[in-house]
Every structure is written in structure tokens, then in C-alpha cells.
Design a protein around this ligand. Structure first.
Ligand SMILES: NC(=O)c1ccc[n+]([C@@H]2O[C@H](COP(=O)([O-])OP(=O)(O)OC[C@H]3O[C@@H](n4cnc5c(N)ncnc54)[C@H](OP(=O)(O)O)[C@@H]3O)[C@@H](O)[C@H]2O)c1
Length: 338
């Protein structure tokens, strides 16, 4: 009898602690949402200057570019395809007539890509006007596999696009920002770093490095009072062509062939609070710049809530280990070759 009461009390204490942690985290998310919604937006200070956006021709990069253009920031868009760049530039200029858009077609995984970018910026006469750098192009994972199953070529492609290209761009453009005493660098990262699920290892490793880069660079800017800021923005799932290609390849192929998507993907790969559109995320990324007191932040409220409720302390307290392992196994099976 006494044992039963002790167990009940222990359960009540665990339940209360769990509810407390969840409530605290949910409240912290609400405060973060309010701060981003109502607080000042750093990008407003860069009106009339230039922002470099890699992968700016579609997906999240285009979302960031649209949000910048809406604030009067001029743009340098970088991606491989001239076609996509021209379409994106035409769309942005039509929506925001006062904004200048320079496009640079370059494969950031190719040798000499950054040199090609700087030459194009010199030709356009805008190199010394670039105060913002969004190292956003990334992903590149074409299939899910265990770490040792990825070929050297596959591993290298993900590393070059997410990691190496980011380092090279930062090394090229950060010194000029420091010399001017103003500027901001944002690297697009992923919440995968909090949830290292099986079969996505190469991508996970590169995003961990990107978070580390932002953290150490911000520490260096603080230590030297440079006036420049650096952040990594850890995003959850966002509806973009890359996401659709990865989770619903048939729908992506149908869209490329001009056929409407059919089947479950129409229902599930569409914007929602937890999986927002690229335009929505671009706007929240601008709102988060320079906020959060940390070099690694999660700007979108849906992603921040998902992070708060499934990771760290909440995860440890609210989810028993066996349940966590079962969920991780279930996700791993999602990517298992059929
Ligand atoms: N979508 C998500 O759910 C999600 C979640 C978390 C983090 N992220 C991160 O967000 C970033 C953007 O992802 P996204 O989903 O928007 O991707 P996306 O829809 O595939 O867009 C990728 C952009 O990058 C360009 N690009 C691709 N490879 C390139 C290369 N080698 N050199 C230069 N440009 C290249 C593409 O244009 P071209 O094809 O013309 O080159 C396109 O403009 C990535 O860093 C990704 O890791 C995405």
C-alpha cells in the first residue's frame, strides 16, 4: 500500500516536472515569436546596400531575397542555372521596382567559383557595396544511405556545397565587412543537428560544421569589436523544390514535366505551421538576424516550437528512452531503400 502511494507520488512529481518543462519551453517560444514579430529588423539598416544570396534563384534563397527586396536591399543572386536566375530576377524586379538585382551563374562546388563571383561583382561595380552575405545554397543529398554506403563523390558533393563553399565565401567577403565596420553573415543550417537520424549523415555533419563556424566567427567579431555579426539559422522542414524532390520524387518529376502533382504529396508537401513556405521562412530569417543572443538560432516559430518540444531537456524528460529509440528507428525506416 505504502509502495503504491510512493509510486503515485513519484509519477505525480515526474508529470509535474514534465508539464513544467513543456510549459516553460512553449512560453519561451511565444516570447521569441513576439520579439521577432515586434522587435526591430536589422536588415532595414541595409536599405540601398547589397546582399549576396547563394541559391537565391529558388526555394529558401528566393524567399530571403524577396524579404530583402521588400526592405529596399539590393541583391546579388548566385546559382548555377541562368534560366532560374533570370526568372527570379524578373520576378523580384516586377514586385520591387526600385531594387537592383545582379545575377551570377556559378556552380559553388566547382574550383574557382568564388573568384568567378568576385569578378562578376567587380564588373557590375557592386563588390564594395555588399554588406550582407547569405550562405544559403546547400543540401545536395540525392538519396538516403548509411554513412559508409555513400560514395566518395556523393560525400564530396554535400561537403563542398554546404561546408567548403560557405567557408570560401566567408573568407572572401568578411574582411571587407570588418574593414567597413558593418555587415552581417547568415548561414542556412538545419534542425537535423538536433536530430541526427540514420541515413542522412553527410548532410548532418556539414550542418554541424556550419553551426560551429557561425559560433566561432561571432565570438571572434565580439572579441575584436568588428561591428559585424554572424549567425547560423537552424531550420526545420520548409516546402521547397529540394524538399519535394527528396521526400516525393515522383511529384517533383511530374512538376518538372509540367504535370500537376498527384497523390499523398499534394496533401503532405504543402505549407503548414510546422512545414512553412520558403517565402514565410525568408521573412522570419530577416526578423531573427542579430537576435537571440546566440550565433545559432531557429527563426521560424513553427520550427522553434518543434525544436523546443522534441529536443534537449523536454525530450529527455518527456520521452522515455525506449520511446525515443522507437521514434528514431521509425524515422530511419522512412529512408530505408525499398
Ligand atoms: N527545404 C528544407 O526543408 C530545408 C530544411 C533545413 C535547411 N535547409 C537548407 O536551406 C538551404 C536551401 O535549401 P532549399 O530547400 O531552398 O534548396 P532548393 O530548393 O534546392 O534551392 C537550392 C538553390 O540553390 C541553388 N544551388 C544548388 N546547387 C548549387 C550549386 N552547386 N551552386 C550554386 N547554387 C546551387 C539552386 O539553383 P540552381 O539549381 O540553379 O543551382 C537553388 O537556387 C540549404 O542550405 C538547405 O540545406 C532546407
Amino acid at each position: 500500500m505504502a509502495d503504491g502511494r510512493a509510486a503515485q507520488r513519484a509519477l505525480a512529481v515526474i508529470g509535474a516536472a514534465t508539464a513544467g518543462v513543456v510549459a516553460f519551453r512553449a512560453l519561451r517560444c511565444a516570447a521569441w515569436w513576439a520579439y521577432l514579430r515586434c522587435g526591430p529588423v536589422l536588415a532595414d539598416k541595409y536599405k540601398g546596400e547589397y546582399a549576396i544570396v547563394t541559391g537565391g534563384s529558388e526555394g529558401i534563397g528566393l524567399g530571403i531575397a524577396s524579404a530583402l527586396a521588400a526592405r529596399g536591399v539590393n541583391l546579388v543572386l548566385i546559382s548555377r542555372s541562368d534560366d532560374k536566375l533570370s526568372k527570379a530576377a524578373a520576378h523580384l524586379k516586377a514586385e520591387h521596382p526600385g531594387v537592383a538585382v545582379v545575377t551570377v551563374a556559378a556552380d559553388l562546388t566547382a574550383g574557382g567559383a568564388v573568384g568567378k563571383v568576385t569578378k562578376a561583382l567587380d564588373r557590375a561595380g557592386v563588390r564594395d557595396k555588399c554588406s550582407l552575405l547569405f550562405c544559403n545554397a546547400g543540401g545536395g543529398l540525392t538519396r538516403a544511405a548509411l554513412y559508409h554506403e555513400f560514395s566518395d563523390k556523393e560525400e564530396e558533393a554535400v561537403r563542398k556545397l554546404n561546408g567548403d563553399a560557405t567557408y570560401a565565401l566567408v573568407r572572401e567577403f568578411l574582411p571587407a565587412m570588418r574593414a567597413r565596420g558593418r555587415g552581417y553573415v547568415v548561414c542556412t543550417s538545419s534542425l537535423i543537428v538536433k536530430m541526427p537520424w540514420a541515413r542522412l549523415s553527410t548532410y548532418y555533419l556539414e550542418k554541424v560544421k556550419v553551426n560551429g563556424l557561425a559560433t566561432v566567427l561571432q565570438a571572434e567579431q565580439d572579441a575584436t569589436g568588428s561591428g559585424v555579426g554572424v549567425q547560423a539559422h537552424a531550420l526545420g522542414a520548409v516546402v521547397t523544390p529540394a524538399l519535394v524532390s527528396f521526400v516525393a520524387p515522383d511529384a517533383a518529376a511530374a512538376a518538372r514535366a509540367g504535370r500537376p502533382a498527384i497523390g499523398w504529396e499534394r496533401e503532405y508537401v504543402r505549407p503548414s505551421f510546422l512545414m512553412p513556405s520558403a517565402g514565410d521562412v525568408g521573412e522570419w530569417m530577416l526578423r531573427a538576424m542579430g537576435k537571440g543572443g546566440s550565433a545559432v538560432v531557429t527563426p521560424h516559430p513553427g520550427h522553434a516550437l518543434a525544436e523546443a518540444l522534441v529536443s534537449d531537456v523536454a525530450l529527455a524528460l518527456t520521452w522515455p528512452g525506449c520511446l525515443r529509440r522507437a521514434v528514431a528507428r521509425r524515422f530511419a525506416q522512412t529512408w530505408e531503400p525499398k
